[in-house]
Ligand binder design. Sequence first.
Ligand code: SAM
Length: 242
Amino acid sequence: MAHIPTSTGSPSWRASVLTLFPEMFPGPLSVSLVGTALEAGLWSLALHQIRDFGIGRHRAVDDTPAGGGAGMVMRADVLAATIDRARETDGDLPLLYMSPRGTPLTQDRVRELSHGPGAMILAGRFEGVDERLIEARGVTEVSIGDYVLSGGEIAAMVLIDACVRLIPGVLGAEESLTHESFENGLLEYPQYTKPRDWEGLSTPEVLMSGDHKKIAEWRRAEAERLTRARRPDLWSARGKNR
Ligand code: SAM
């Protein structure tokens, strides 16, 4: 097991990743806000090499699918041993398996996870994992979208990044969270900055008016317009939730 060192003793949010490729971490999680938060000890990252629990001289972690077919399947016994050892060091965290068959990851789920102690995340490879592991260890399957990646590591990074930025103190201004896409069931309104005129395109006049009420109304109307046009699913879900 490897712990990515952080500067303080007890970080508030713990990520524990079970993977065949620990060298992929922290990777993109080491830069910018999330990387600074890792260094500051606002979250921690523990990595568990699944192959350490592999079978035999070759430390096999996979085998052919029962019933035949292409590819290889990760063994339940090897994964269970990895999980059990990881729980000894990282404690009782929600156990997630990144999987295209899983429940789609949403901002609500991310917020819920970020308010908890952290997450233990299994990154799959090959054709996925033996189904019995999911049942025996109470694993929740989580998908980051309707497409198939070659492995769960990047999906795990997506989940960790989304959770960590919601940990108090990670983002500079709390304000920047409140109007974000999905925070109120809407996509975010369009943003502009300097210069005021660029390549014949102007910043909307209302944003330069200094009238905060009018600006808020414009932003709200734009957020609603974009959500209706781009995400009718979100728009109709909003109607039902009100
Ligand atoms: N045979 C599997 C299927 O059709 O559902 C796909 C296996 S995929 C090649 C290998 C691993 O990548 C999976 O075990 C999972 O951990 C990860 N993965 C692939 N797509 C993903 C997605 N959309 N969301 C989360 N994890 C994904």
